[in-house]
Design a protein around this ligand. Structure first.
Ligand code: FAD
Length: 434
């Protein structure tokens, strides 16, 4: 028997979230991380709406929001010469509180159940680590680097070097590479990195400046893109007392001058860290680029909510033309493979909440007319956790467009219809991946 069921390599946001998810489902896992502890370095600072829906299902959304940017702080984006001159452009984005009010008032399934949350990676990682450590099924191992692994057919053995120089082998049923852009797991599997890299060379510095946010005369926001030759870009972190600045300059010292130039008013501040990093974007046409990039990162609601497993062997091949996938616009759909759109029921509960969290497949019956006993028997015969949920709700039936839907544990649609398909055994096998 293997030492653990799942070995997760890398405790960034992805590996930590996976550890919490598996741990909450009672699946034994070991999380390996090279670093001795989470680093206080700025990287990501926004969890998107889908991530927050998943955190809601996992029961940790309140803890993530409590650790992040307060709900009433604006998320606006500015394009500026400095923080004291009238902005060239101000793109308004709702605060979390405003977005929650909009979600509560929206009935057409075009909104997520949870809005985004600004939370710095250096806040999120320690939070997720502490949650993972509360779970008996999870063993969190910092100071443990995966050096290589051996595929044994039915299991995998990870070769690990601890930070004290000792080594160990850990066997697992599955190994998951969550080890970031330079992933050793990806490289050993021979998977190539896709896309263009290293187009822009930036410096990024982190500053502590306690009163700046309250004093910004042009308005409070999340991002300030500066129309200068150094492509400077100031980011408010979740505490509103920390800021990062990105700029194309040659030395760490110049990052102090750049900060003072962008802020353009006397403030007491401390530069906490500074490091070079590479960006995959062209530098010319800064205003247009910043505008487009911001719109992409803030308005990709179609990508966040409308992504779909297309052509998957685990998804029923519905005949006909699937709806087009549009990154920028979300059109709710229950086409097989899609995430189940968020719908409020007549009693103001959310369908997603009624389905709940666990490892079960769900047959959702929105109008209990058809005989589904054959499909239920076929699903139960696979041995997988399965349950039937009756929601006799005309509005939900209207939005979802079908009486019946078979959902996977991750709430993606496997199949939909008004009567079960003739070959229910085939559908059940397909859903399970048999
Ligand atoms: C300046 C900057 C700003 C960004 N802003 C955003 C943003 O606003 N929103 C957003 O979504 N993303 C943003 N990103 C990208 C974001 O940081 C990454 O998408 C995110 O970190 C990816 O998370 P991850 O868990 O996949 O990988 P990582 O965060 O890279 O974590 C991988 C982990 O694996 C560990 N590891 C690596 N190799 C091994 C090994 N062999 N053994 C054990 N452990 C190993 C590493 O130490 C690391 O902790 C930004 C990135 C940068 C650099």
């Amino acid at each position: 028997m293997a030492d653990t069921q799942v070995l997760i390599v890398g405790a960034g946001p992805v590996g930590l979230t996976l550890a919490v998810d598996l741990g909450k489902r009672g699946i034994r896992c070991v999380l390996l991380e090279t670093k001795e502890a989470p680093a206080f370095l700025p990287k990501m600072e926004r969890c998107n709406a889908r991530t927050m829906e998943l955190y809601r299902r996992m029961g940790i959304v309140g803890r993530v929001r409590a650790a992040g940017l307060p709900p009433d702080v604006p998320m606006d984006v500015f394009i500026v010469f400095s923080l004291v001159e009238p902005p060239l452009l101000q793109l308004p984005y709702p605060s979390v509180a405003q977005a929650q009010a909009e979600i509560a008032a929206t009935a057409d399934a075009s909104q997520p159940l949870e809005p985004y949350q600004l939370i710095s990676q250096y806040t999120l990682e320690p939070l997720l680590k502490s949650i993972a450590e509360e779970l008996p099924a999870v063993a969190v191992r910092y100071g443990h680097e995966l050096t290589a692994f051996t595929d044994n057919g039915n299991s995998v053995t990870a070769h690990v070097r601890r930070s004290d120089g000792t080594t160990a082998d850990i066997s697992a049923d599955y190994l998951v590479g969550c080890d970031g852009g330079t992933s050793a797991v990806r490289k050993q599997l021979g998977i190539k990195l896709q896309g263009d890299g290293n187009i822009g060379q930036f410096r990024q510095a982190l500053y502590r400046c306690d009163d700046l946010f309250e004093r910004i005369p042009i308005g409070k926001g999340r991002h300030y893109h500066v129309a200068d030759a150094q492509s400077s870009f100031l980011i408010t972190q979740d505490s509103t007392k920390h800021f990062t600045l990105h700029a194309t300059v040659d030395s760490d010292d110049e990052m102090k001058t750049m900060f003072e130039k962008v802020v353009a008013m006397p403030v007491a501040y401390e530069m906490l860290s500074c490091a070079p990093w590479k960006q995959n974007l062209p530098r010319e046409k800064l205003i247009a680029m910043a505008d487009v990039e911001q719109r992409k990162s803030n308005e990709m609601i179609g990508a966040e909510l409308g992504y779909r497993y297309a052509g998957s062997p685990l998804i029923w091949p519905e005949p006909g033309e699937a709806p087009e996938h549009d990154f920028m616009t979300y059109r709710p759909s229950t086409w097989p493979g899609a995430r189940l759109p968020h719908v409020w029921l007549a009693d103001r509960t959310a369908v997603q909440d009624r389905i709940g969290y666990g490892d079960h497949y769900t047959l959702l019956r929105l109008r209990a007319r058809a005989d589904t006993s054959g499909l239920e028997a076929a699903m139960r015969s696979t041995g997988a956790p399965f349950r039937v949920l009756d929601l006799d709700d005309a509005h939900a039936r209207d939005i979802y467009g079908h009486d019946l839907m078979l959902l996977r544990p991750d709430m993606h649609v496997v199949w939909r219809g008004n009567v079960p398909p003739d070959d229910t055994a085939r559908l059940a096998r397909m859903a399970m991946g048999h």
